[in-house]
Write a protein that binds this ligand. Sequence first.
Ligand SMILES: [Fe+2]
Ligand SMILES: [Fe+2]
Length: 152
Amino acid sequence: MTDTPAPGSSRSAAGAAPKPLLAWKAEYALGIPGVDSEHRELMDLINRLHAQLLDPGAGTGVMDFLGELFAKISSHFALEEKLMRDGGYAAFAAHKADHERLLDEIRDLMDDYEDGEWVDLEGFGGRLEQWFSVHFADHDARLHQWSSPSPS
Ligand SMILES: [Fe+2]
Ligand SMILES: [Fe+2]
């Protein structure tokens, strides 16, 4: 970790291009183009929100960032959960519980920020990447194989 910026001003050193919060990795790909592109879009969107947060001219605060992040992630989860509910997916409860775990973490960060506590957004980015890599490879891979089995 570098310097510790003040809450709400998680900025890079002057002049340095902001580092994306999340980096797509080859192992995230499930090999199902529709799902992979949806997951990539979600990560791109989170990076765009994060870049806005780092841009002093954008006027985006930490709560705006976390609120939008929460909305985008939860709408992706809601789609998957509808698919599972409608189709009577056997592992629905476990998959949904993992979604809730991440949403709870984002809610906790928002609460901490509102309570005036320091929120480590870069550290959260690392945990988010870790969560995505495990969730994509496990729950989402199984869900999408179930919902659209490969033709071979
Ligand atoms: Fe997903
Ligand atoms: Fe999922």
